[in-house]
Design a protein around this ligand. Structure first.
Ligand code: EPZ
Length: 421
């Protein structure tokens, strides 16, 4: 379990098809949205991930009844139980902050343990709290908990000082049951934000401006349940596209979302890979013999996603020249660099800029995952490193990738999960 590791013997060219799962970062807020109604909610195409089961456990703690068959989950919270998200849950998953808006809107009160800083940075929730205050919530912090109270949220106006994905979603959820109209500026435009907005609209919420920086929400007195299919996971898709390009393979990425992957497709093409749409849902990636170096800057959507930064860094270790990667979203998202260097990568960091030397001949070694996307970048490195790579602490990987070793093995990788007692 916790000490399982993944063992990879590098050198195989990936070929075949990989089926993309539903988007983790749409599933988590969608499950939290079920708190806004006492009616039954149905979510299809839910990925089998640790974070999903953590969120379900938290919702059961709040009185949810849920059942699942295949990847379809039914969840209903007829009567709210507790309104406190204990530290033990929150420390496992920062996305627990998504409970704040719905609990406040449904119940007028929420107690959420402050999310400890996670591996990729401090990641405060100050913008979430200010957005709730703009709708009349009274926020107090005590003994590591955020306590939010509002007899009835009322329409407010708030400008996000920084684009925040879950901050935007939290605000839309709260405003959907507030009294009056809310206006949020400098909102996130990620596909997962649009998905959640559409989900709320299917419940009767009145929302305009999804996918633009300004979102208007007209509060309703109540919302119905929902029955919705999750969008595909664009980051899982991008990860397998990089795996195909790195191993100079040829992989068909099935049931994905090319329209959400423009920046990643652009970067792969600029690096020399061949990327073609086979249909509106399938992308064919063929690796090139020569990988051209790139200069990449992570940006909020539709820019190059920060969640693909670690994976591309591994890829650019193989480029025939020097690349640069600027991480502008999180202040400490280079934890994979020391581990990649153990495999022979030549990377230097100056603040938020990483310089990747290229032409690295990676050699397998034991490495340690530190966070979700760092784990993926280490698995990718193992695919091309000479000899055997062992990636430890893969519980990080299990949070966001469904059966990754099985999907890679089906593509021809020599990879296995080695269970530990
Ligand atoms: C979401 O996290 C994703 N998680 C992250 O994916 C993703 O990396 C991130 O958006 C950026 O795209 C989920 O959707 C569950 P933010 P989120 O609020 O919403 C600062 C993965 O790998 N900020 O958009 O928590 C924050 O510190 C995960 O799947 C504040 O300062 O990210 C960061 O520097 C990792 N105050 C920046 O904004 C706040 O109140 C963007 O954070 C909120 C955020």
């Amino acid at each position: 379990m916790a000490l399982d590791y993944i063992e990879i013997k590098g050198g195989r060219r990936l070929e075949g098809e990989v089926q993309i799962s539903g988007a983790k970062n749409a599933a988590l807020p969608a499950l939290a949205t079920a708190l806004l109604t006492s009616k039954k909610c149905v979510l299809q195409n839910v990925p089998d991930l640790q974070d999903i089961s953590t969120m379900l456990k938290i919702l059961e703690h709040f009185g949810a009844r849920s059942q699942s068959f295949d990847s379809t989950y039914e969840i209903q919270i007829e009567n709210l139980g507790s309104v406190e998200a204990p530290y033990d849950f929150v420390r496992k998953m920062r996305a627990s902050v998504l409970l704040l808006g719905p609990l406040l809107a449904r119940n007028g009160m929420a107690r959420i343990s402050l999310p400890g800083g996670c591996a990729i940075g401090v990641r405060p929730i100050d913008l979430h709290l200010k957005a709730m205050e703009s709708m009349g919530a009274v926020i107090s912090l005590q003994d590591g908990y955020v306590e939010a109270r509002a007899k009835k949220l009322k329409g407010g106006e708030f400008t996000f000082g920084q684009v925040t994905v879950t901050g935007t979603i939290n605000s839309m959820m709260a405003a959907s049951l507030a009294d009056g109209e809310s206006r949020f500026l400098n909102c996130a435009k990620e596909p997962e934000v649009i998905f959640c907005g559409e989900l709320l609209k299917s419940m009767g919420a009145k929302i305009e401006g999804l996918g633009t920086p300004t979102i208007l929400v007209k509060g309703q007195t109540s919302l119905s349940g929902f029955s919705h299919k999750l969008i595909p996971d664009r980051i899982e898709s991008g990860t397998y596209m990089v795996a195909a390009a790195m191993t100079k393979g040829e992989v068909l990425i099935r049931q994905t979302c090319p329209q959400y992957l423009e920046a990643v497709i652009r970067a792969l093409k600029d690096s020399g890979a061949n990327v073609e749409l086979q249909s509106q849902d399938d992308i064919l990636v063929k690796g090139a013999n020569e990988i051209c170096p790139l200069n990449i800057v992570t940006q909020p959507h539709p820019g190059f996603p920060t969640d693909m930064q670690a994976q591309f860094m591994t890829y650019l270790c193989l480029a025939n020249g020097e690349s640069q990667m600027m991480e502008t979203i999180f202040e400490n998202r280079f934890m994979h660099v020391p581990e990649l260097m153990r495999l022979g990568a030549k990377i230097t960091i100056q603040g938020s800029k990483a310089t990747i030397k290229g032409n690295a001949s990676l050699v397998g070694a034991p490495v340690m995952a530190t966070d979700l996307r760092a784990s993926a970048s280490l698995v990718l490195a193992g695919l091309v490193a000479k000899g055997t790579t062992k990636v430890h602490r893969i519980y990080h990987l299990d949070r966001g990738y469904e059966k990754m070793e099985k999907k890679l093995a089906l593509l021809g990788a020599n990879i296995q999960r080695v269970p530990q007692a």
